[in-house]
Design a protein. Structure first.
Length: 246
């Protein structure tokens, strides 16, 4: 297992594209994995190839293979949510938005670790964040730390789960992209990535494509405006991995 090789969970969205740039800036060999899970915004998967091509040109020789895993029968089969069916987005009785897909990120990390095991990749990079997020419990830092421990015990490996955005809000995520690749990378992420839960790519706003009404669009737009106004509150310091010693 090579300590300097990474696997990035890459959906085609703003956060995962920023994480991919972050990994390419640090590691000599980076692979990507995307997941088809019956998501309502499956258009995000179409965004992956153009973004990969652009980033490969920015960091020549570093971007390796891409992998796509189909989990649609698993996640969609466990029950519909507003992210996997044509359902109005609302809060549930549990206080979570109904865009929460139970077990999604846990399954993603498990499958990514199994792939990393086969590919000899030690570092697994993902865009989970608990600074600007919708309250999803599987995005929390404690969850990622627990998953790292479970994966290392269950697969007898020393994976390191890295979450560069964990303590960054959306304004700071835009700032990180600017620090990594300047305005060119910001523009790539603005125009080519997709975050809108409804899959709307018919309207281009100053912050990117989207419906401008779903929670994902609201977070992305608000972060863009804070960053452009120079009032982003997120830290632009070093990323916080789940723990080298776990």
């Amino acid at each position: 297992m090579n300590d300097q090789c990474a696997l990035v969970l890459f959906s085609g969205g703003q956060d995962s594209a920023t994480c991919l740039a972050w990994a390419l800036d640090r590691y000599p060999h980076v692979e990507t994995v995307g997941f088809a899970y019956g998501q309502r915004h499956a258009v995000e998967l179409d965004c992956r190839a153009p973004i990969r091509s652009a980033l490969a040109a920015n960091w020549p020789g570093r971007l390796g293979a891409d992998h796509t895993l189909d989990l649609s029968a698993t996640l969609a089969g466990l029950g519909a949510t507003a992210l996997t069916s044509d359902t109005a987005i609302a809060m549930t009785d549990e206080g979570l938005p109904n865009t929460f897909v139970p077990g999604r990120n846990l399954l993603f990390l498990t499958c990514a670790a199994a792939l990393a095991y086969r590919r000899g990749l030690r570092r697994i990079v993902a865009g989970m964040c608990e600074t600007d997020y919708s309250g999803y419990p599987d995005c929390r830092d404690d969850t990622i730390k627990a998953m790292q421990l479970a994966l290392n015990l269950g697969m007898q490996r020393r994976f390191v789960l890295e979450t560069p955005l964990m303590w960054r809000d959306k304004a700071a995520t835009w700032e990180l992209a600017a620090a990594l690749g300047g305005e060119a990378l910001v523009e790539l992420i603005r125009v080519e990535t997709h975050s809108c839960y409804l899959g709307d790519r018919t309207r281009l706003h100053d912050w990117g494509y989207g419906c401008d009404s779903c929670p994902a669009c609201a977070l992305r737009a608000a972060g863009w405006r804070r960053w452009r106004a120079g009032t982003g509150s997120g830290s632009i310091g070093a990323a916080s991995p789940a723990g080298e010693s776990a």
